[in-house]
Design a protein around this ligand. Structure first.
Ligand code: FMN
Length: 152
């Protein structure tokens, strides 16, 4: 069984919708052999990261950067997990009002340092979610989960 860790900052109903759609995709019943664990960024720990075979990160855009919560997560796990997680797959979604570029860049810099492997297109979302946006969230979750299932 592979373990997919979802680390997210979910501060509002819309971001909750993002998370739920991503989780639905990651837990698609047609994907076998992947256990999905979802933890808020302020609660995720070094053991959670070391035990995971792959990752999904989700955050709001805050002042042109990732949320403070996700940044705190990376600050906490970066050095203890460096080397141990190299090569493991990851996906990322960012939700904002109008400009998610800086938030995406801020996460990319850190996951590059951790040598994680991007396996799905980064999902940038703004405003309320329509059916197409929810579908893209679902696809993101499913893509990372399938990557792990295929590696089993
Ligand atoms: C302190 C703060 C800073 C923010 N900075 C950005 C930003 O730089 N870019 C952006 O697109 N949205 C920004 N936002 C909007 C949030 O990303 C947005 O509120 C969050 O994704 C939740 O979405 P919702 O308000 O539609 O529920 C900011 C919100 C707050 C509270």
């Amino acid at each position: 069984m592979k373990s997919l860790l979802v680390v997210h900052h979910t501060p509002s109903p819309v971001t909750r919708e993002c998370l739920e759609a991503v989780l639905k995709g990651a837990r698609d019943p047609d994907i076998d052999g992947v256990e999905v664990k979802s933890i808020p960024a302020l609660g995720a720990t070094v053991p959670d990261v070391l035990a995971a075979d792959g990752f999904l990160f989700g955050t709001s855009a805050n002042f042109g950067y990732m949320s403070g919560a996700l940044k705190h997560f990376f600050d906490t796990v970066y050095y203890p997990c460096l080397d141990a997680v190299a090569g493991r797959p990851y996906g990322l979604w960012v939700h904002g009002n109008n400009d998610t570029a800086g938030a995406v860049k801020s996460v990319q810099k850190i996951v590059t340092g951790l040598a994680l492997t991007q396996v799905a297109e980064i999902l940038e979302l703004t405003g309320s979610l329509d059916a197409s946006a929810r579908e893209r969230c679902y696809e993101l979750g499913a893509t990372v989960a399938v990557t792990l299932a295929e590696d089993a």
